[in-house]
Design a protein around this ligand. Sequence first.
Ligand code: SF4
Ligand code: SF4
Length: 192
Amino acid sequence: MNVQIGNNPLRFAGEILSNLKASDDMGLLRCVQCGMCTSVCPGAKGSNYNPRDMVEKVLEGEESIINSEEIWNCFYCYTCHSVCPVGNSPCEINQILRQIAIDEGIVNDKVGIFAGYGDSFLDIGIGAMPKRFFMELNEDIEGWLDFKSELEEIRNELGLGPITIPKKSIEEINVLLKKVGFDKRIEKMNSY
Ligand code: SF4
Ligand code: SF4
């Protein structure tokens, strides 16, 4: 454990807990370091990302965790959130850490990729796969591009109606997103 003399090691944890994104009952301070979160984490399986370790660093006041490129390997699948025995949420903690990183202008190769998801909220009113991944996805899933271009037609045939949000609703979503400064944040991320 990283002992900090003359400083409160839980100051950083307190900052996380008081963040708007943190659930009222988030059990950060109850974390027993059991590692259950890491054992089920798909991000940890494919990279060096380790949610248990991330939580430990937060509890030890190691604010440098916001510089870690690994925290950008979380999928926000909430599996850790659902299995944690003490009601902690590495997923929410990760979201807050990334937010702090963006606010502080901490740049890495992954941040720009996430901006693409943000662009889609402004363009079509929902989070969607950024266009830059279309070709790669088509390589991984044969025929994916054809399927995507024919999706509306397929849905029509099935009587499912349009998958897209009405233009008026997209405009309303844009008004709300601009009101809270979302567009400016995306602009900032795209500039990284
Ligand atoms: S966050 Fe929960 S699951 Fe993960 S190490 Fe702590 S107590 Fe265990
Ligand atoms: S939300 Fe993130 S940290 Fe939690 S299990 Fe999914 S990928 Fe891992």
